[in-house]
Design a protein around this ligand. Structure first.
Ligand code: ARG
Length: 465
């Protein structure tokens, strides 16, 4: 089949090995909807411009629609010998409707055809992933709303640093997902231009109108330069990068969930639906889901680097190397979509062990910075001096095996006599958390603001759509 429709000057049947290497139908068959959608728009434009007759257009339109339903109903099996999805559909159309089918490819090349199909796929999936991100942000907001006063140790270097609340921690991830959302949407806008009508590389002498196809396919307008368009895979690289960055965020959250569900922490409990057992150790409950989310980040990064490497040395315009663009994108899209769905379900059922988080706050002298700030404010001590005095206080607490918030006033005064009774409020972890009222800080009132801001951002999006 492929030989007949696309090999005018090849006189011999292709070697089996060439076929195996050259074939992309086994994976690009999943572009059948986009291919048919693109062909319908192209055929309409050819008819509108008087390039094909009304009768031919009617046959092509009906034939393509039939093929679409035959594929969806499993009556036309795409596990075939054709080179790619474009050949498979065009060949079958011609078998169905005869000469009219052969007119479909007028003023078109597979180079702009594949650029179109693949771009339609990327655009559609960018929106779908963006929508899943919003669902995840909503779930994080829900958890945050329940935990605006849930204390836990904020960390740097994975060492206890300062007390924060769990809502604050969740809103940090919501902020990452918001940026991810915006990244997918800005890529969508940047790439929302139609490639079809560029033909092989130089345009076409036929009197086509690319505005018609662009409009019919939902693009803003046609691309500017055809040579660039058939060579361009930036849209694919962008979705790969966007997915990699998003998966990196999911991976960091997963890493924290894994840590927090360990015996050393017990800050959260994963629902039994999202944990597995061990085949040998009967007591085990393993966090396989976050581990897999963390692990899958590796493959999406591989896909990104893979395509960047494919593209880096290619002269303009189309080169067959570019057929290597698809599998990585399909894989990353599938991985991202599943990961977001799983993450959302897992976070929805997550149990937050507030008491264990609070207990952890009694380790690590979390309010040490507050004591230094107290000395600065109350006594006018230079911060660096205060910093050293608090170091002595911490040493004393360590020697006694307690947290600085558990030291008696007299003990504190034995190090710095100007410390007053009001220090006890300062050393309290809850007070320490609520003292951080600067914009974007952890104080409950600030986190409530962050939640409100995120909610109204989401509301506005809904109004925009
Ligand atoms: N299967 C090809 C691909 O995915 C379609 C474009 C082929 N173009 C060509 N000039 N051979 O890239």
């Amino acid at each position: 089949m492929s030989k007949k429709i696309a090999s005018a000057r090849i006189s011999k049947e292709s070697s089996e090995l060439l076929k195996e290497l050259n074939n992309s139908l086994s994976f690009d068959k999943q572009l059948y909807r986009e291919d048919i959608q693109g062909s319908l728009a192209h055929a309409y434009m050819l008819f509108h411009q008087g390039i094909i007759s009304n009768e031919d257009y009617a046959l092509i339109e009906q034939g393509l629609k039939e093929i679409l339903s035959e594929i969806e109903e499993g009556k036309f099996n795409l596990d075939r010998d054709d080179e790619d999805i474009h050949m498979a559909i065009e060949g079958y159309l011609t078998a169905k409707i005869g000469d009219a089918g052969k007119r479909l490819h007028t003023a078109r090349s597979r180079n702009d055809q594949v650029a179109l199909d693949f771009r339609l796929y990327v655009q559609k999936n960018s929106l779908a992933i963006a929508k899943l991100l919003l669902e995840n942000i909503q779930t994080l907001i829900n958890i945050a709303q329940e935990n605006t006063a849930t204390l836990l140790p904020g960390m740097t270097h994975l060492q206890h640093a300062q007390p924060i609340n769990f809502a604050y921690h969740m809103m940090a991830y919501a902020s990452m997902f918001k940026r991810d959302y915006e990244r997918f949407m800005s890529s969508y806008d940047r790439n929302n231009y139609s490639p079809i009508g560029c033909a092989a590389l130089a345009g076409t002498p036929h009197p086509i109108d690319r505005n018609i196809t662009a409009k019919k396919l939902g693009f803003k307008e046609p691309t500017l330069n055809c040579l660039d368009t058939v060579s361009d895979r930036d849209f694919a690289l962008e979705i790969l990068f966007n997915i990699s960055t998003m998966m990196m965020h999911i991976s960091r959250l997963s890493e924290e969930l894994i840590l927090w569900s360990s015996s050393e922490f017990r800050w959260i409990t994963l629902d039994d639906r999202h944990a597995t057992g061990s085949s040998i150790m009967p007591q085990k409950k393993n966090p396989d889901i976050p581990e897999l989310l963390r692990g899958k980040t590796g493959r999406v990064n591989g896909n990104l680097v893979g395509l960047l490497t494919v593209m880096k040395g290619l002269p303009l315009a189309y080169n067959k190397d570019m057929q290597e663009d698809k599998e990585g994108v399909f894989d990353s899209v599938k991985t991202a979509t599943l990961s977001l769905k799983v993450l959302n379900e897992m976070m929805t059922l997550l149990k937050v062990n507030k008491e264990n988080m609070a207990r952890a706050c009694m380790v690590g002298h979390l309010s040490a910075t507050d004591l230094a700030d107290y000395l600065v404010k109350k006594i006018g001590m230079p911060f660096r001096d205060a910093y050293h005095i608090v170091g002595n206080v911490v040493n004393m607490a360590e020697e006694q095996g307690v947290d600085i918030s558990q030291l008696a006033l007299e003990q504190l005064q034995s190090i710095e006599p100007r410390i007053g009774i009001d220090v006890l409020d300062v050393l309290d972890n809850n007070a320490s958390m609520n003292a951080r009222t600067s914009k974007g800080g952890t104080a409950t009132i600030r986190v409530l603001e962050q939640i409100e801001t995120m909610k109204s951002w989401m509301e506005n999006l809904k109004n925009d759509i």
